[in-house]
Design a protein around this ligand. Structure first.
Ligand code: AMP
Length: 258
């Protein structure tokens, strides 16, 4: 596996789109768990070349969020990526992607203002911008996202459609722990008793009923529990805070993607 830290190194390490080997990109913020590994495996199955990016994108964090304490372990991540068959791991610095004078942002419209966007203003602007940059740098044929972040996947699909990016977005089903909690890098923040409390989230969503879910979540600090329609896929989505940790999850009510 090659590690590229600059756009120039990455450009040298990847084939050009349309010139032969198919490339799959898996954008991540690191602290890999089995959810990330499922994305790598899907990309490995579908493509000749797999590029993963590891970038804790400051532009998608609010001022009062966990950017500074977001879990980082580059050495472990590089080992796991290599074992998963990733060919190139792109680990740019913030200055590499947002050099001085950086000024251009993607406005994702109404989809970016609802649900997560309501509680995290500018979050999806940051997500869409960094994804567009990664797509332009890596030039993948396909990019892989998790159903766990259903609204993010919907925003990225809209970005690709609206800006004619000409790549395919594939969505991989949510990977859960045995107890039902969706895997998340942020689960590391949970103390054991907080983790027990957090289990109310998958249990509530498993009812597939917003009202029942709200009732089961009454002891947690709930940002939202709502039915949403993302590109024709109906989901029950929720965000809760357990102590200082904010968790999101969703279940599909109906629709065609995982
Ligand atoms: P992150 O590093 O948390 O930004 O996640 C990188 C990608 O992995 C995103 O597309 C997420 O939706 C996806 N992902 C995160 N957790 C899971 C999970 N438990 N199951 C499936 N995909 C996930």
């Amino acid at each position: 596996m090659k590690i590229a830290r600059t756009i120039e190194e990455l450009t040298r390490a990847r084939p050009l789109r349309g010139t032969g080997p198919r490339t799959g990109l898996v954008p991540t913020m690191g602290a890999f768990h089995a959810g990330h590994l499922a994305l790598f495996a899907a990309a490995r199955d579908d493509n000749e070349v797999v590029v993963a990016s590891l970038f804790v994108n400051p532009a998608q964090f609010g001022a009062d969020e966990d950017l500074a304490r977001y879990p980082r372990d580059e050495e472990r991540d590089a080992r796991l990526a290599e074992e998963a068959g990733v060919d190139v791991l792109f680990i740019p610095s913030a200055d590499e992607l947002y050099p001085e004078g950086y000024a251009t942002w993607v406005d994702v419209g109404d989809l970016g203002n609802r649900l997560e966007g309501d509680f995290r203003p500018d979050h999806f602007r940051g997500v869409a911008t960094v994804c567009l940059k990664l797509f332009n740098i890596v030039r993948p044929d396909r990019a892989y996202f998790g159903q766990k972040d259903a609204q993010q996947a919907a925003v990225v699909k809209q970005l690709v459609r609206d800006l004619n990016l000409g790549l395919e977005i594939r969505v991989v089903p949510t990977v859960r722990d045995e107890d039902g909690l969706a895997l998340s890098s942020r689960n590391q923040y949970l103390a054991p008793e907080e983790r027990d409390a957090a289990l109310a989230l998958p249990r509530a969503l498993a009812t597939k009923d917003a009202e029942q879910a709200r009732e089961l979540l009454r002891d947690l600090d709930v940002d939202y529990v709502e039915e949403a329609n993302f590109n024709g896929q109906r989901v029950l989505a929720a965000a809760v805070r357990v102590g200082k940790t904010r968790l999101i999850d969703n279940v599909i009510l109906e629709g065609d993607t995982p």
